[in-house]
Design a protein around this ligand. Sequence first.
Ligand SMILES: Cc1cc2nc3c(=O)[nH]c(=O)nc-3n(C[C@H](O)[C@H](O)[C@H](O)COP(=O)(O)OP(=O)(O)OC[C@H]3O[C@@H](n4cnc5c(N)ncnc54)[C@H](O)[C@@H]3O)c2cc1C
Ligand code: SF4
Ligand code: SF4
Length: 1021
Amino acid sequence: MTPPPAAGATPDAVDRLPLLTESERAALARELINCLDGEVRFGAHDRMLYATDASLYQVEPIGVVIPAEIGDAVRAVEFCAARSLPILPRGGGTSLAGQCTNRAVVIDFSPNCRAILALDQANRRVRVEPGITVDDLNDAIASSGLFFAPDPATSRHANIGGCIGNNAAGARSIRYGRTSESLIAVDVALADGSRHRLAEGSCAADPKLLAIASRVCTIIANHAPLIRGRYPKTVRRNAGYNLDLILAQMERAAPVRADFGSRDMEAWLRAVNLAHLVCGSEGTLAVTLGAELALHPIPKARGLAVVAFSSLDDAMDAVNPILTTGPTAIELLDDTVIDLARANTEYRRYVDLMPAPREGELRAILYVEYSAASSRDELSERFAALQRAVPAKAVACHTDAAAMLQAWKLRKAGEPLLHGIPGNRKPLTFVEDNAVPVERLPEFVRRFRAIVERHGTRAAFYAHASVGVLHVRPLLDLHDPDDRARMRSIAVEVADLARELGGVMSGEHGDGRVRSPLLERFYGPELMGAMRDVKLAFDQRNLLNPGNIVAIGGPPTPIDSMTTRLRIMPNPSRPQIAFPRVETFYDYTDQHGYYAAVEMCNGAGVCRKKQGGTMCPSYMATLDERHSTRGRGNALRLAITGQLAAPDEAWADPETIKTLDLCLSCKACKTECPSNVDIAKLKSEYTAQRYRTRRPPLGVRLMASLRILNRIGSITPALANRIAAMWPSRLLASAIAGIDPRRSLPRFSTSLASRWSDPGLRVSGTLNSAVSRPHVALFGDCFAMYNESGLGLAAKRVLEALGYRVSLANAGCCARVKISLGLLGEAIDEADATLDSLRPLIADADVRAILFLEPSCLSAVRDDWLSLRLRTPMAIRRALANKAMLVEQFIDASWDSHPFRPASQPDGPAVLLHAHCHQKALWGAESSAAALRRAVGVRLRVLDTGCCGMAGSFGFTRSRYDLSMRIGELALFPALRVAARGSIFVAPGTSCRHQIHDGVGATAVHPVELLDRLWCGSSPG
Ligand SMILES: Cc1cc2nc3c(=O)[nH]c(=O)nc-3n(C[C@H](O)[C@H](O)[C@H](O)COP(=O)(O)OP(=O)(O)OC[C@H]3O[C@@H](n4cnc5c(N)ncnc54)[C@H](O)[C@@H]3O)c2cc1C
Ligand code: SF4
Ligand code: SF4
């Protein structure tokens, strides 16, 4: 039966926890600092960055501890125990049910507690600390031929501690099971800070564990019939405590009945492994300090078949026949996700890799994975069996690792992509976790759809079809009280449906704030009483993540608490958060405003990955939540809704400014964040709003005057370079502009305009119609004009060698520096002025293209200028964006129509390309690589080197120099240091070339300079 909508906020378990004043928190922090080597962060801003996970919820913690090592974490637990403070252990904070939000002291294991302690290859075991991520562990042990098998979609950033907390499982659970099936032992701190090892039979030698285990066995023996009857039999089940697992262990040792004797108990105590009870307990029973994990041999080969369907129902009906072919995974994506991927810059290309259904258009995909234990031939047999199982379907089979990785990327982005849906009705995570017997899946999907449709909405379906776990996200608007009531109703109806079909409402993501309220309805009061007793056996004072799974010391968690403490309205006494209205510099219409754009961050934490791609360089270098994209998204959301500062300070909150400070504005998140959260733009807007009422600092003003300063320097470059190199000038630059004295300064050159050979082409837009060759214009950016005019001339030579007439568009600045610094008012004026100068070239049909050397300038024109509120009509901006491209893009894209085409020179030294962040984010590294490949063929290697760390003016400043170098050291510097002698380093970005010079003392050239050498015979330097 559907419960009535909540009338108001009902007190829940959080209300029973201590609410400390700021001075009490400050006093605690002072005491804690004396106990720990790690960091203690009890300030409002810091703790609010830990108030959310990937769920819908927000609960302000008491404070945050970042232990320096495991011993520190234990001291933190002891400290809390001595003061009866609730504790919330945390890993990657990627939980979807709200179990990682609480009014507690958060212990973040992820930055410093991530060691691999011992690898036992012979016995296929590994001992690790809890903060290591699944992928980091597997990368580190790959050479042993073994791997940790549970693979949640978040494996790049989910921690082992969190996997144990949530009993995580992934796509291959049909073969490898959940984390509990790979868990041998856990080292824990109990709620009093005492340390223990939980393993099979380990309680015999540990009196405290013995007492707990005896209590647990007694509880389970007393409830055995209920556990047998009520616990679902699905492979995936993650609701409540794992009483069924312990019961099975007991039953293997001696028959379980309520009238047991002491011999039964002895047998049980030898057999039970309390690690499996802690697994899935969401931090409510013990704090995991380390784990011993079982490993599996890495299969000899894996194969992936992608099966295309023109309807979801067809796909569901195919699951059972496919299961007979022995897959390691069957994963589903439905049309909602496919459509979102098509609209996403990064994921569009992955959809294009999918096969087309034999009839109709692509509306659902099943990913079917096989593994081969001995030889690749096994895969061909499996693929053939699959074709027989679904004879009428289009199937694409892959065995190539790169192709499979590409295909999986789409599936792994399924959930985060959903958050990219603009507008207020979002696909919400509250019934996304049901597990039903696979044979009931088609019925489940049909009836589930009927439920959401009856409530006037629709839902997206995706995930682990092989084990009957479908992630379903109904579209609802949590700002709307009617939709909140719908959420509660749908949750209850779907939980009932799952139970009726022999399943459970939580098959993967756990209970947390969203499903704990449903447990009583699912298991009944008696079993819930048993779970409460288990909790008390471990944690008598209810200190560990209180209120999750079971509520102690009060009534069961009410169902309407599911819609309280939502991150969009976290405070029941202040239901609506006010968003101060401002006139924004960017236009956010397509995202439904600035607030909605900020809200696009759902906390999934993809931005906490440590390798691969570019996002997020400052997180990769610091491993600090505050300096992740998510940290910034949260800070912005909290600031502009007045949750961090007084409403009139919403746009000038000092702590938010600090959190944004280490963002390099690299734009990587715009593409790599599956929700396309564009922090570079949001930060720029936030800063610009502040500058409406406060003067920008002098250093910012000076940096913004780059073009003028460069122009002055280029009048007498030799003198200017001498003066700039003198120490008094460097000290002055450091004192006034904050430039780090360790930085080399850019050198000035004679201006490009004065070196451009044809005087008739110096003025913007002046065309020389006497020349009949096709015409292109070269945009005179600030660097090519005044610092590296030789590069501008190289571009001219290269384009002339291809048969073009080249004019110099000395039209002004793209305003990139001002945009990045948040001087958006001035940036708009500057962009409009430059657009005015460019108009003749834009309008002239004879000008084939307006070409750029500097990717960050082109990104301003093709990205920022299209969403800044410029005065220039959009049609003109679009016309320019269509005509504007990198010189290298033009060379490659128009290759067949160039009047002349130089031959490739495949012999010679290796050419290593480090692409600029903006380029990678907006057009991919191929935007330079393709043209280079035409010149050097297979000599070209595109480096996966992320961000160089310089990012325009970012790396120049004293406060960021060290971080800038650390970012360079993540991937770029090591890659260059190990390059073969004589290799040629190529970097289209001026900042990147500068950073390479300062970081490894090497010279990198612009791609065009290399082409100039190869095609025009120019000598290096
Ligand atoms: C996009 C997306 C996809 C996901 N896909 C999957 C999936 O395929 N399979 C799956 O199982 N889950 C999935 N999840 C949920 C989640 O990512 C996983 O459960 C993951 O294992 C959680 O790891 P974490 O480090 O982020 O844990 P956290 O969220 O930090 O913590 C999880 C729980 O464990 C507790 N905990 C953390 N560390 C400790 C510790 N040291 N001691 C005691 N308790 C601790 C926490 O208190 C919390 O209750 C997904 C989440 C998202 C956002
Ligand atoms: S910024 Fe993007 S990747 Fe990071 S948590 Fe938010 S939505 Fe996820
Ligand atoms: S712009 Fe770059 S540095 Fe800034 S949040 Fe995004 S990925 Fe991180």
